[in-house]
Design a protein around this ligand. Structure first.
Ligand code: AP5
Ligand code: ZN
Length: 215
């Protein structure tokens, strides 16, 4: 199964990706996680990406498209994958289409901006795996520690309120046009388009996704 998750920063893409990976046995391809790994490694790409990400802007389409194409060609993606944070612009979606990569499901998470701004202040992440928690809504078993490895959780540098507001503005301007793009695609192809109320709690959203995708 091939899935695209669409939604604003903080809409819950990474959180539901964890459920979908387990449920359908497909790998998560998170361009944000890939870029954060590049920053961690100190590579040239990482150094370039860090400046852009800290400013809440998007990394260039060419870099991202090359990164995703390379990842999708790996053996573990041959039975499907879950795209989290890609595509994020019309040129990225067009590049996928031109490469003949089609998907079965596009899932749109709807969450108002003000709910997102509040949510982001409580997010904690495990840098090694990309696992995501929330101090109130999705707390780890042990305060400040990852459930699987027991390692320290951190606050993402781009989660300061000012940067979150910038990321939301960039989302509305550059990514929101993809909602109509994929809604139209669903009318003429086998791709299914699902709109999900992302303000429900984490379990309720997972349940709804499981039902819609026939888990
Ligand atoms: P990326 O890492 O993709 O960030 P994002 O899209 O901004 O999304 P987030 O990871 O912030 O949110 P999410 O929807 O995954 O929410 P989460 O589940 O964590 O990208 C980062 C940067 O990389 C970009 O700004 C850009 O610079 C660059 N980049 C990445 N991809 C790119 C691309 N394709 N092109 C160009 N540049 C790219 O949840 C958020 C919080 O809410 C958590 O604390 C969670 O526990 C909590 N939560 C989740 N669900 C619920 C719920 N239902 N109720 C209450 N709390 C909840
Ligand atoms: Zn995420």
């Amino acid at each position: 199964m091939r899935i695209i998750l669409l939604g604003a920063p903080g809409a819950g893409k990474g959180t539901q990706a964890q459920f979908l990976m387990k449920t359908f046995g497909i790998p998560q391809i998170s361009t944000g996680d890939m870029l954060r790994a590049a920053i961690q490694s100190g590579s040239e790409l990482g150094q370039k990406a860090k400046k852009v990400m800290d400013a809440g802007q998007l990394v260039s389409d060419d870099i991202i498209i090359a990164l995703v194409k390379e990842r999708i060609a790996e053996p573990d993606c041959q039975n499907g994958f879950l795209l989290d944070g890609f595509p994020r612009t019309i040129p990225q979606a067009d590049a996928m289409h031109e490469a003949g990569i089609d998907v079965d499901h596009v899932i749109e998470f709807n969450v108002p901006d003000e709910v997102i701004v509040k949510r982001m202040s409580g997010r904690r992440v495990h840098p090694g795996s990309g696992r995501v928690y929330h101090v109130e809504h999705n707390p780890p078993q042990q305060d400040g520690k990852d459930d699987v490895t027991g390692e320290e959780l951190v606050i993402r540098p781009d989660d300061q309120e000012q940067t979150v507001r910038k990321r939301l503005a960039v989302y509305h301007e550059q990514t929101e046009p993809l909602l109509a793009y994929y809604r139209d695609k669903a009318e003429t192809t086998a791709t299914e388009y699902h709109q999900i109320d992302g303000t429900q709690n984490v379990e309720a959203i997972s349940r709804e996704l499981g039902e819609r995708l026939g888990a």
